[in-house]
Design a protein around this ligand. Structure first.
Ligand code: 13P
Length: 244
């Protein structure tokens, strides 16, 4: 059984202008051979410029969302083909902020993932419970339910990554216990159609907690928000993953 690939993925969310491309350049220079996959997902406005800035390096660039259609009358939206054309290799789909702020359902996420696959992008599909769902003992039901409904047919390790991001751990500085992360990742590993699909943990990953999180079985990397904005912080997380 092949092992899942390690991946350190940064989600810049709605942060960054061209001045911040220096952070991407610094990472590219610091990690010529990182020992794990390194991905930055800046706002759509920066994808092409970042892809150019890190061209020829180990740093990959991705988007944060795409539309399910190839083209057409969808003002403000971006297709998977457009992301690929701009230099993206991956796209984050179904992030809890998209599910909450834009009413995205798991069926929407599956449709977007199909579009991503068709465009040759790796879909990073996000799942995660709210604090109320965890308190009600529904964590595994919620996470596995989202996974089942968000994964398109034909999902393999070559075209899909799963990110477990508890909603209550995002941007809060709070994280689940190591046992709680392990419980969800073990359940995800048993549920994915291809056992080599990489499983990322996301939610307040920092240099200070990365090593203990990466030591958990079935955690193959991280989807990092705030700590991915600065090369020095994200670099420490990359080093922790590469040496895990
Ligand atoms: P933080 O690392 O800022 O908690 O964000 C996590 C996240 O939402 C990554 O997609």
């Amino acid at each position: 059984m092949p092992d899942a690939c390690k991946l350190a993925a940064g989600n810049w969310k709605m942060n960054g202008t061209r001045a911040d491309l220096d952070e991407a350049r610094a990472l590219a220079n610091a990690f010529p051979e990182p020992g794990c996959g390194v991905l930055l997902c800046p706002p759509a406005t920066l994808i092409a410029a970042m892809a150019e800035a890190v061209a020829g390096s180990a740093v990959m660039v991705g988007g944060q969302d795409c539309h399910a259609a190839t083209a057409g009358a969808h003002t403000g939206d971006i297709s998977a083909q457009m992301l690929a054309d701009a230099g993206a290799r991956h796209v984050i789909l179904g992030h809890s902020e998209r599910r909450a702020d834009h009413g995205e359902t798991s069926a929407d996420v599956a449709a977007k993932a199909r579009a991503a696959h068709q465009a040759g992008l790796v879909a990073i599909i996000c799942v995660g419970e709210t604090e109320a769902e965890r308190d009600a003992g529904q964590t595994l039901d919620v996470v596995l339910g989202q996974l089942g409904a968000s994964l398109p047919e034909g999902a393999t390790a070559a075209n899909t990554v799963i990110a477990y991001e508890p909603v209550w751990a995002i941007g809060t500085g709070r994280t689940p216990t190591l046992d709680q992360i392990a419980e969800v990742h073990d359940a995800l590993r048993a549920a994915v159609p291809d056992t080599a699909i990489s499983l990322l943990y996301g939610g307040s990953v920092k240099p200070a907690n990365a090593t203990e999180i990466f030591a958990i079985a079935n955690v193959d990397g991280a989807l990092v928000g705030g700590a991915s904005l600065k090369a020095v912080d994200f670099g420490a997380i990359i080093t922790a993953l590469a040496t895990a």
